[in-house]
Design a protein around this ligand. Sequence first.
Ligand code: PLP
Ligand code: COI
Length: 340
Amino acid sequence: MTVDLDWENLGFEYSELPFRYISYYKDGQWDQGQLTQDATLHISESSPALHYGQQAFEGLKAYRTKDGTVQLFRPDKNAERLQKTANRLLMPQVPTDKFVEACKTVVKANKDYVPPYGTGATLYLRPLLIGVGEVIGVQPAKEYIFTVFAMPVGNYFKGGLAPTNFVVSRDYDRAAPYGTGAAKVGGNYAASLLPGGQAHDNGFSDVIYLDPATHTKIEEVGSANFFGITKDGEFVTPLSPSILPSITKYSLLQLAEERLGLKPVEGDVPIDELNRFAEAGACGTAAVISPIGGIQDGDNFHIFYSETEVGPVTRQLYDLLTGIQFGDVEAPEGWIVKVD
Ligand code: PLP
Ligand code: COI
């Protein structure tokens, strides 16, 4: 039995659910991990996660299908990305099996909070890996915590499938050319708080970051990847070593080609060539597919398909992706992991 919540009107907010998973890494190995009802982490004041940002996170969702079962979308890909992030920050890897089991365990324990099918809401999972223990010099921790907690969520951007506007950041980058942009680490998001806050204050959904070396090409949005649909049927996304490799983006590249017959292209997206695109959007786990109405760059405001209506190809991609995630459309092999 699901709990009684206003599922249709959930935003993207934290809420404390009864159970989360926690596992400790000590003396070179992970313990078995367990569920806990304690929502507070108890860590040393000298933990490297707190001082030197030795931490990483992931984001994935659990979906309730029409027949009431619950499923995850490509959790093995989140596990692999967390492993790559861990390598970049000298943290121990969480094995894929352990990661996926932890996610399933948390969903099962909180199953009454998985939103009902048809509400559009989902259960968002936040896996977190942090370096803890007693260290004060700049060096990696010897002990780590891996935890997974969850909460029901709705739209990340206010519009949902209604387009919203984004603004190019010319004053700030989110990542350095050979920095940690491709890793899912908190520091990238800390760097985006100021430009992101300014964007919100000015009525934009989020920031479009340019490549940090030349500021001529679109990199990504502060919380999602960018894609554009060209007038001649290409699905184009930026290729750069400093953007987060979005699992949603790679799924869309494949679906665009296999199911819609579009040409998938990863390459440069010059900010002064937006006219190529008939439609554009932001994609990610939280963002799902959020159509971009227009992009403000200095005094120039470029409108894509429409400021008020989602374009036809973006709509098709949205229906395909969410159809697969909620179990209504057949998924490519291995994309869906059943929880029960
Ligand atoms: N880019 C950034 C900066 C993000 O925070 C996210 C969210 O995870 C994404 C892209 C989208 O990645 P994914 O599709 O794997 O959620
Ligand atoms: C996600 O989509 O899972 C993210 O981590 C984005 C975050 C900024 C909410």
